[in-house]
Design a binder for this molecule. Structure first.
Ligand code: NAD
Ligand code: TYD
Length: 349
């Protein structure tokens, strides 16, 4: 395939898995990773592909409209997979403006640049988004593609705005777009600010496990490589203008997930049974905390033929094994600014 596939945010958690998949699967294509390398971007995530002939990295900020336009003129991508974003809800509570800048303005800059070079109508823009745009569920029900948007955090509001802009550009400028809204991801390379890697790191160092509120909040977890594969399939098999929800049919209340994680860690570290569970500490709740997310993924399964490949147990064991084997990676990302973030986020809880 002689495509040029521009992946934004390719040095981040999900982006690095998407880049790796495309570099390996499409040797004839050019895979260009555009990333500004914020605290969440890390080229160590791509060590195994950085020397491949079909891979190129460009350090650039999508908030810079002129630079983004110039890069599109130079690279002339046939496909864009847009993952660059500010992605952590807690940080969006402390600093909402950064989220509006990258997620809303940055996405608009990319859309403008794509519209500019695709004035002949060619090119596909795949926008990667979250189920959090649909708001918060009660004890029952699932998010479908027609669930009304009801974002409730600055993060989800900024992602909802970006989804709307993508649809507006498709409608107004006849652009070929697709949007995927995925549930919570977990797996290797996730920055240890999100629940699973943060707790793995804390268990490893025998630090308290800060559970927000009553711990009965529910998330629907998907292994990151299954998400990357879903993106690949939607990019090539999805219909123009369509939205596809992606999820693992894998709902867990936080406290139950944390207990399972403690048990897997105790097993892998050769600790006493229940040792890590003693670290669980209930702390002040996150403001505006969404109670439950759960995805109805039947559309992507029916129309595209995608489904998750791993059970949660399998994915969690793989994840724990990866973090325990990657001491250097974990030490590197948790040094410096991370400690400052950790103190600010958890000291007063
Ligand atoms: P991440 O925070 O790990 O990575 C984001 C990447 O974007 C980093 O490499 C960062 O350097 C880059 N970036 C940030 N601002 C940028 C800018 N202004 N210009 C260029 N690059 C910039 O995020 P993630 O968890 O990998 O999420 C990727 C995408 O998937 C996001 O759009 C997110 O909303 C979406 N998503 C995430 C999840 C999840 O559970 N993590 C679930 C569903 C959807
Ligand atoms: P997170 O990984 O931040 O993802 P999101 O908020 O986007 O779903 O959090 C997952 C769940 O874990 C969420 O209900 C908040 C909770 N949580 C804690 O209880 N303690 C923590 O330290 C973190 C980071 C999250």
């Amino acid at each position: 395939m002689s495509a040029t596939i521009l992946i934004t945010g390719g040095a981040g958690f999900i982006g690095s898995h998407v880049v790796r998949l495309f570099v390996k699967e499409y040797p004839e294509a050019q895979i260009v990773n555009l990333d500004s390398l914020t605290y969440a971007g890390n080229l160590e995530n791509l060590k195994d592909v950085e020397r491949e002939d079909n891979y190129r990295f460009i350090k650039a900020d999508i908030c810079d409209a002129q630079k983004t336009l110039e890069l599109f003129e130079e690279v002339r991508p046939s496909h864009v997979i847009h993952l660059a974003a500010e992605s952590h809800v807690d940080r969006s509570i402390t600093n909402p403006t950064t989220f509006v800048m990258t997620n809303v303005i940055g996405t608009t800059n990319l859309l403008n640049a794509a519209k500019h070079i695709w004035s002949d109508g060619k090119g596909v823009f795949h926008h990667v988004s979250t189920d959090e745009v649909y708001g918060s569920l009660g004890a029952t029900g699932l998010f479908t593609e027609s669930t009304p948007y009801d974002p409730r955090s600055p993060y989800s509001a900024s992602k909802a705005a970006s989804d709307h802009l993508v649809r507006a550009y498709a409608n107004t400028f006849d652009m070929d777009v697709r949007i995927t809204n995925c549930s919570n991801n977990y797996g290797p390379n996730q920055f240890p600010e999100k629940l699973i890697p943060l707790f793995i790191n804390n268990i490893k160092h025998k630090k308290a496990l800060p559970v927000y509120g009553d711990g009965l909040y529910t998330r629907d977890w998907l292994y990151v490589e299954d998400h990357a594969e879903a993106i690949r399939q939607v990019l090539f098999k999805g219909k123009s203008g369509e939205t596809y929800n992606i999820g693992g049919h894998n709902e867990w209340k936080n406290i139950n997930l944390i207990e399972l994680l403690c048990d897997v860690m105790d097993d892998k570290l050769g600790r006493q049974q229940d040792e890590s569970r003693q670290l669980i500490t209930f702390i002040k709740d996150r403001p505006g905390h969404d109670r439950r997310y759960a995805i109805d993924a039947s559309k992507i399964e029916r129309e595209i033929g995608w489904k998750p490949s791993l059970t949660f147990q399998e994915g969690l064991v793989k994840t724990v094994e990866w973090y325990l084997a990657q001491e250097e990676w974990l030490d590197q990302v948790t040094s410096g600014n991370y400690m400052q973030y950790y103190t600010n986020q958890y000291a007063k809880a």
